[in-house]
Write a protein that binds this ligand. Structure first.
Ligand SMILES: O=C(CO)[C@H](O)[C@H](O)COP(=O)(O)O
Length: 232
């Protein structure tokens, strides 16, 4: 079965947790895009939901699929966010931001009563860190911020190259918030909560891609079917 099919299966399984009248957060990435498409089918069939997208790309997809949108200024809390991830461990801590939407994704997840992570099972890892950790930074003072990121990593016992993410044309990739992304190639992150706190204490860092304690359930699709991991 292709990765495309597995992602769609995970998205379909998560859709079973959506109820009429819910306020939803819509994630970003290829797996979340399947969820938006399947949710759109249900909306066209009469399901009433209202949703906050986590990126301009997801906003466009949601609008194309006829999903009513709102903002976190107009609603207090969201009932459920469904989003993908780059890495998921057994404790449901995540690395996110491969698609560059980590800041809005974390704001929306934190404003949600529940977050369901959808992925093909290759995203489940014993240790976080093989996927480069995205760190969203302010362009001003990039070199100083990069040095501070290296120091914070070293103090947490993790080492590796830190690269500025490039977009099309070789220029810096620019997030929806107008920021840049440093990708930290660390290999293994033994203390993810500690590293997340240290990175966010750096003035030029806007947010990092470690999602600690935000996901309540992972829906993982593999060749043998759907596997659910729930936060105890
Ligand atoms: O964090 C993300 C975007 O910022 C995505 O959820 C993550 O990159 C997974 O993407 P995909 O579903 O395409 O594998």
């Amino acid at each position: 079965m292709s990765s495309h099919d597995l992602k769609r299966q995970a998205a379909a399984a998560a859709l079973e947790h959506v109820r009429d009248g819910m306020k939803l957060g819509l994630g970003t990435g290829s797996t979340a895009k399947h969820f938006v498409e399947l949710l759109g089918e249900r909306v066209r069939g009469g399901l009433k939901v209202i949703a906050v997208p986590t990126s301009e790309a997801t906003r466009a997809d949601a609008q194309a699929n006829g999903i009513a949108l709102t903002t976190l200024d107009e609603v207090d809390r969201l009932d459920l966010t469904v989003d993908g991830a780059d890495e998921i461990n057994a404790a449901l801590d995540l690395v996110k931001g491969g698609g560059g939407a980590l800041l809005r994704e974390k704001i929306v997840a934190a404003a949600s009563d529940r977050m369901i992570v959808i992925a093909d099972e290759s995203k489940l890892v014993a240790n976080l860190g093989r996927f480069p950790l995205p760190i969203e930074v302010i362009p001003f003072g990039l070199a100083a911020t990069r040095r501070a990121v290296e120091e914070a990593c070293a103090e947490c016992g993790v080492f590796g190259s830190i690269s500025l993410r490039k977009g099309s044309g070789g220029h810096a990739f620019v997030t929806d918030g107008g920021h840049w992304i440093l990708d930290a190639h660390l290999g293994r992150i033994p203390d993810a909560p500690g590293l997340a706190d240290s990175l966010n204490a750096i003035p030029g860092v806007v947010e990092n891609g470690l999602f600690i304690g935000l996901a309540s359930m992972a829906v993982l699709a593999g060749p043998d079917g759907i596997r659910i991991i729930e936060r105890p």
